[in-house]
Design a protein around this ligand. Structure first.
Ligand SMILES: Nc1ncnc2c1ncn2[C@@H]1O[C@H](COP(=O)(O)OP(=O)(O)OP(=O)(O)O)[C@@H](O)[C@H]1O
Length: 273
């Protein structure tokens, strides 16, 4: 199912290979992230989903293959041009904690102060708008330590969209959130995607939450794309690997164990006994 043709690609990954030391993370992978839609990237732990986001953002370079973002190969750009292009991307990484010594408003203002020449009044207006869009305008003066986990994630989201990005990448946005916060985040991601015509990519283990808003789904395992297509198609897929993943079954075609060369079974590449 690799290399599904999708009209209006915002990100096109073509024949991507990438290794970390001896470990082949991506083996000739092609996939598409459609423009203006929400794409969910799913797959077992350690497959390389975060790595894929870092490759798309050109924080890492492919060993071979190409990644085009809005038609541009970011990996070939000069540092200055790459810096400009990165401003069009918002990233909400798991590790993207708020600055603890800055208020909520100062956190959201930070990218605007770093990357624009806007005056303080304009910055304040944008900060208010962004906080309003995540329902936290009233929290602008609070410090991160005064926020719940769900509120902190929403502030981080307001910061990620401060520069009006065309592409927003969310790495495990729902992790550690209670069901209510998860529901709020799901709605927010969908709302932001639709209202600002953003292209969104969600990397997540939360199958139900991701599938509830995804238009396009890509399931990765063992260095390959095991399934890619419309969310509806994937949900009804009869492919055993897809079913194993969507149903959270520990045993199936996708190995549970991290590859261990010392006990690998001949003929089963990347699978341990
Ligand atoms: N900086 C690094 N140096 C070496 N190996 C790394 C580095 N970062 C990640 N890896 C390895 O690359 C592989 C893919 O990691 P990645 O974080 O992309 O997986 P993931 O699918 O996002 O996992 P999870 O769902 O558990 O977050 C893992 O085997 C990991 O150990």
């Amino acid at each position: 199912m690799e290399g599904v043709s999708v009209k209006n690609a915002y990100v096109s990954v073509s024949k991507l290979s990438f290794s970390r030391g001896e470990r082949l993370i991506y083996d000739d992978v092609s996939l598409t992230i459609p423009k203006g839609k929400i794409t969910a990237i799913m797959g077992p732990s350690g497959t390389g989903k975060t790595t894929l986001l870092r490759l798309i953002a050109a924080q890492l370079d492919p060993d071979s293959g190409t990644i085009l973002v809005d038609g541009q190969n970011l990996h070939k750009l000069s540092r200055t041009d790459l810096y400009k292009e990165r401003k069009k991307m918002g990233m909400l990484f798991q590790s993207g904690a708020l600055f603890s010594d800055m208020s909520v408003a100062e956190n959201v203002a930070f990218p605007l102060e770093e990357h624009t020449k806007l005056n303080a009044v304009s910055i304040q207006q944008i900060v208010n708008d962004k906080l309003h869009s995540v329902g936290l305008r009233g929290a602008s003066k609070l410090m991160p330590a005064e926020l719940s986990g769900g509120m902190a994630r929403r502030v981080a989201l307001a910061r990620a969209i401060a520069l009006d990005p065309q592409l927003v990448m969310y790495d495990e946005p729902f992790t550690g959130q209670d069901p209510i916060s998860k529901g709020v985040l799901v709605k927010l991601i969908k709302q932001l995607n639709d209202s600002a015509n953003i292209t969104s990519v969600i990397v997540s283990h939360d199958v139900d939450e991701s599938l509830s808003i995804a238009d396009h789904v890509c399931i990765l395992a063992g260095g390959k794309v095991v399934a890619e297509g419309a969310a509806e198609e994937i949900r009804h897929s009869l492919d055993p690997q897809v079913k194993q993943f969507l149903n959270g079954e520990p045993d199936g075609p996708v190995p549970f164990h991290y590859p261990d060369e010392s006990v690998s079974v001949p003929g089963l590449k990347g699978e341990s006994a």
